[in-house]
Design a protein around this ligand. Structure first.
Ligand SMILES: [Zn+2]
Length: 575
């Protein structure tokens, strides 16, 4: 993600979203008991049949019960009792202290199959999402994140059926009010009563216990108008536009439009089929496998064949000018989409210069940018690339999205990403995320400097490559901030949930990389950058892993270095 700087935001009058959280003051949704308690209560009152407590119970088709070993004995046979196997509910969170209800425990998603339709005249999203996962424990029940309820606790999306392995399953919803400033569950009496739409946990109780290692295929059918999340992280969700919808956000967006294990540490492949009125476009992640027309509707099938974090999924739709080109040198297919209204819209401060024209020019440089970044980071991780240039996210207020986002293979850019001087730095930032942030995902949200520090350093490298400041000069400019500035109080590798997009996560993260370069020398530094990306391709990574990797490549003990630069507040002294 790259946030527009606050000053520019205010100057262009597009800061209304900042106030959205405040407007919702006082609107409180019902707070339900924590999920395990809810389950317990339901079981106790007979609301949900208890899940089988023993492997002796029948297993769903395709699953086999653990086999009890019977020792060889002579008659008379006295069989040993079958060892009971405990089936427990999966946890309601994956274990990230920043956003404790994000993700879930007890399974690992392999694939999301989204078979959805969007009606621009009603903003209704409908269809079926099928989640294929592997159980990582014996499960009596498990959760998906699915934010179906609005800030008042009313159903915005209605679930009509859920099956597990083809058999109807019992299910329930539990909502928890979330703080708009921290993204964490609200603490009663804390005074932090700004509300954002609640986190909704969907608890599914399959007809029989699911053994460790079994494949779970869960199909959820639903329909409704998705909620838009408005909080300190910026607006996120499915934004209705005059011709369709923009689907974008970080950290919280996926669960507003499909049930998911909504955390970047559980990456999965995606098939996204979106049906829209004929004439509209759908731009998703990866490869357009097919586009079919029937009865006035077009279905686009986008296939993301490499693992993707949930927040990077999009199916942005509406009226778009779409260009598809395959670079013969690399084989990378570029899909670039521009909202046609941008060809009639002046760049801020440059009358007569059209945003759409600048977007076309900058998109045309994507192969050059990817080639440049590949020399430092290693081969581009995907076989597709491109970008989506969007119009206003709120036509009535004239608000632009206040950030650009690195959606996998297809970042989303608001108009301000395309300045009159054709500076491509925002595109450089989001394309750098394809290595650091997308192919490599955060293991925990506290690790976000591994995304943003690296993408910012990519901007510094690009600027140097264009004949501008050297990376050392960019470092010096950032370092020149007064030691008393609050900027230095951010702990880069643990900025707190409210601080994941703090400026220091970006630029002090990049400064850390320049300081590391000065510490270990160019050869080791660029070996670290490249090896980190290629050796961890397709996985979720932690700061600890990066520190260990930098030490192993350089052969140096970097404990004190990283303590100073990413684990401690305060302006580092230069040695
Ligand atoms: Zn970013």
């Amino acid at each position: 993600m790259l946030l527009i700087i606050a000053a520019l935001l205010l100057a262009t009058g597009s800061a209304a979203w900042l106030l959205l959280g405040r407007r919702q003051r006082g609107a409180k949704a019902a707070v339900f008991a924590a999920v395990p308690l809810l389950l317990l209560a339901l079981v106790a009152t007979g609301g949900i049949a208890p899940a089988p407590a023993s492997a002796a119970e029948p297993c769903p088709p395709g699953m086999s019960a653990p086999v009890a070993t019977t020792p060889a004995t002579t008659d008379p046979v006295t069989p040993d009792p079958v060892t009971p196997v405990d089936f427990e509910p999966g946890a309601a969170g994956i274990g990230d202290s920043y956003f404790p209800l994000d993700g879930n425990g007890g399974y690992d998603v392999q694939h999301y199959d989204l078979d959805l339709a969007y009606a621009p005249d009603t903003d209704v999203l409908s269809g079926t999402t099928t989640v294929t996962a592997i159980a990582t424990q014996n499960l009596s029940a498990f959760n998906l994140d699915f934010d179906t309820r609005d800030v008042n606790g009313d159903d915005a999306i209605v679930i009509s059926s859920i099956t597990v392995d083809g058999v109807p399953a019992d299910w329930s919803l539990a909502t928890t009010q979330i703080s708009a400033s921290t993204g964490q569950p609200q603490v009663e009496g804390s005074g932090d009563d700004d509300a954002t739409p609640p986190r909704t946990e969907l608890t599914i109780v399959p007809p029989a216990g699911i053994p460790l290692g079994a494949t779970i295929t869960t199909a959820v059918t639903y329909s409704g108008v998705p909620i838009v999340v408005a909080d300190a992280f910026g607006p996120a969700g499915v934004f209705p536009t005059p011709t369709g919808a923009v689907v974008v956000g970080q950290p919280r967006v996926a669960a507003t439009w499909f049930p998911s294990n909504d955390h970047p540490s559980d990456k999965a492949t995606f098939s996204t089929r979106m049906t829209v009125p004929t004439g509209l476009e759908v731009i998703g992640n990866g490869r357009l496998a097919s586009q079919t027309t029937a009865a006035g509707l077009d279905t686009f099938d986008w296939e993301m064949e490499k693992p993707m974090a949930t927040y990077l999924a999009t199916a942005t739709l509406g009226d778009f000018d779409v260009e598809t080109n395959t670079d013969p040198a690399t084989g990378i297919t570029y899909v670039d989409a521009i909202d046609p209204t941008l060809f009639d819209r002046d760049v801020d401060g440059a009358p007569g210069v059209k945003v759409g024209d600048i977007a076309s020019q900058i998109f045309a440089t994507e192969p050059e940018v990817i080639d440049f970044l590949s020399t430092y980071f290693g081969p581009y991780p995907f076989s597709e690339a491109g970008g989506i240039a969007i119009g206003y996210i709120d036509e009535d207020t004239g608000d632009d999205l206040p950030y650009a986002l690195e959606n996998q293979t297809r970042p989303i850019y608001p108009a301000w990403a395309f300045p009159a001087d054709v500076d491509a730095s925002v595109v450089v930032h989001e394309l750098a995320h394809q290595w650091y942030g997308d192919d490599l995902s955060m293991n925990r949200w506290s690790d976000i400097w591994l995304n943003e520090g690296f993408a910012t350093y990519a901007e510094w490298l690009w600027e140097e490559g264009q004949g501008g400041r050297t990376t050392q000069q960019s470092f010096d400019a950032a370092y020149a901030r007064s030691g008393t500035s609050s900027y230095w109080q951010t702990v880069v590798a643990d900025p707190g949930s409210a601080g994941i997009f703090a400026g220091a996560v970006y630029s002090r993260g990049a400064m850390t990389l320049q300081a590391l370069r000065n510490e270990v020398g160019d050869d080791d530094f660029f070996a670290i950058l490249k090896g980190w990306a290629t050796e961890n391709a397709g996985t979720s990574v932690s700061t600890t892993q990066f520190v260990d990797y930098a030490e192993s490549v350089s052969g140096q003990d970097l404990t004190e270095f990283f303590d100073t630069w990413i684990y401690t507040a305060g302006k580092p002294a230069l040695g």
